[in-house]
Design a binder for this molecule. Structure first.
Ligand code: HEC
Length: 426
């Protein structure tokens, strides 16, 4: 809707302002010179042959028929998939593929101007892809497959279970980045989620959640000097949830890990928690049902990333810090949550929020159980918390590590000093 209104408005402006606007028009915007570099950076990782997107966007010939659709998707910020609101809180994230306002304007003008190719000599060199597995975290040092290739029938009830694999490690190693993937051929359609936990030799959980996967997810990266421990002799448990999609599909998830060098012991160990509201009470037809969840950091903390998680009625999530002195600071909002893209927003090492001991992380979620929500499976019914895709959830997965009060103070001082010197230079 918003796009249509904008188009009408800008059309009116052109009619009203007519000649002066034309007179100001700069050099022609072309695919080769202006658009291809943007698509290379932000789109082609998925939009190329044999990848997850429905069409390839490598060449002008491939892109031209999609010019209008591209204009619409980028203007609505539904492509590339990245839904954190740029106008609230922290702005810097690792591997942020999102477009700047200027890039969106450029694409829009190009499409409106007839989506010209321009001079082929202006084309940038094709982007090179490292196709060894297409992991977001880069080539993993270790890939552990779930022990079972699980066939999900075309029709049937959801299936949950634990599948335990050997890690095969011969010594303790620290993890720098970790990612879970379903099988490339359709696995993502049936694997609703998979939560991985390391188990010690007795089969007890060792170190909390290692990594979680849900549709469209990328990977978790930990700041330099922090990581998670994988002990020799430990096993890896995949807690999987499969659901039928009308077609028989076999999936075998795998977990990829990038390690720190052998023998390296990071200063901080990263933990992953779910900050969840489980008492959901969402009336039929309700457009804006709010739920709240809290987590108290007992020690000084650095939050390294968060991933909102709801189901089809999920609408938006905001996270904020409530400091011990009751000051409240917004951290981030994902204002257009999309169940199809469960994205971890990994902060950069400099932007990762620091909090003193006793700070409470407050997670606020909104669900839309009305007919206005095109993904809503049934607006006529009340919905509550539950594991099935048609039930709802309300949580944030949060990665963080504890630090000493001295480390916290030292890092705050460094950041404040940087801020001061930046201001001083202006
Ligand atoms: C992380 C992978 C990924 C990235 C990055 C990505 N896309 Fe997509 N795109 C998809 C997938 C998967 C779909 C189909 C499902 C959906 O719409 O969510 C899609 C759908 C689309 C569609 C709609 C196609 C249709 O059938 O109507 C357009 C247009 C599009 N993308 C354009 C872009 C553009 C332009 C960019 C970069 C600015 C981009 N995408 C970046 C994965 C991606």
């Amino acid at each position: 809707m918003a796009i249509k209104i904008n188009c009408t408005l800008s059309a009116m402006l052109v009619v009203l302002a007519g000649a002066p606007l034309m007179a100001q028009a700069g050099p022609e915007i072309t695919f080769s010179k202006d658009i291809a570099p943007i698509l290379q950076r932000a789109c082609q990782n998925c939009h190329r042959p044999n990848n997850i997107a429905p069409m390839s966007l490598l060449t002008y010939k491939e892109v031209r028929p999609w010019a209008r659709a591209i204009q619409e998707k980028v203007a609505a910020r539904s492509m590339p998939p990245w839904f954190v609101d740029k106008h609230v809180g922290i702005r810097e994230f690792k591997d942020d593929p999102s477009l700047s306002d200027d890039e969106i304007k450029l694409i829009s003008k190009w499409a409106d101007g007839g989506a010209r190719e321009g001079n082929a000599a202006d084309m940038p060199a094709p982007r090179k892809f490292d196709d060894t597995g297409q992991w977001h975290i880069g080539q993993p040092d270790l890939v552990i497959q779930s022990p079972v290739a699980f066939t999900v029938k075309a029709k049937g009830t959801d299936w949950w279970g634990n599948l335990v694999a050997e890690t095969g490690l011969s010594e303790d190693r620290y993890i720098k980045a970790v990612e879970t993937k379903p099988s490339p051929k359709g696995g993502a359609r049936v694997l609703h989620h998979s939560v991985q936990t390391l188990l010690d030799e007795e089969g007890n959980p060792d170190g909390g959640t290692l990594n979680e996967y849900a549709v469209g997810k990328n990977g978790d990266y930990f700041p330099e000097g922090s990581g998670k421990l994988m002990r020799v002799g430990s096993k890896l448990q995949f807690n999987v949830h499969y659901h039928s999609v009308g077609e028989e599909i076999t999936d075998q998830a795998s977990l990829g890990v990038v390690f720190y060098p052998k023998g390296y012991v990071p200063k901080h160990v990263v933990r992953t928690v779910q900050v969840a509201a489980t008492d959901l009470d969402i009336p039929a037809g309700e457009e804006n049902a709010r739920s709240d969840a809290y987590y108290k950091f007992e020690k000084a903390t650095k939050v390294t990333g968060f991933m909102p998680h709801m189901h089809n009625r999920g609408k938006a999530e905001c996270i904020e810090a409530i400091f011990p002195d009751m000051r409240v600071e917004p951290l981030n909002c994902v204002s257009k949550f999309n169940f199809g893209w469960q994205i971890v927003y990994n902060y950069t090492d400099e932007s990762a929020p620091l909090m003193p001991a006793g700070t409470i992380l407050h997670v606020i979620n909104w669900h839309d159980n009305s007919v206005r929500n095109e993904w809503n499976p049934d607006a006529r019914n009340w919905v509550g918390y539950g594991e099935r895709t048609n039930d709802e959830m309300s949580k944030a997965w949060v990665n963080f590590y504890y630090m000493t009060d001295e480390e916290y103070k030292a890092e705050m001082d460094t950041r404040n000093a940087k801020k001061r010197s930046l201001t001083g230079r202006r």
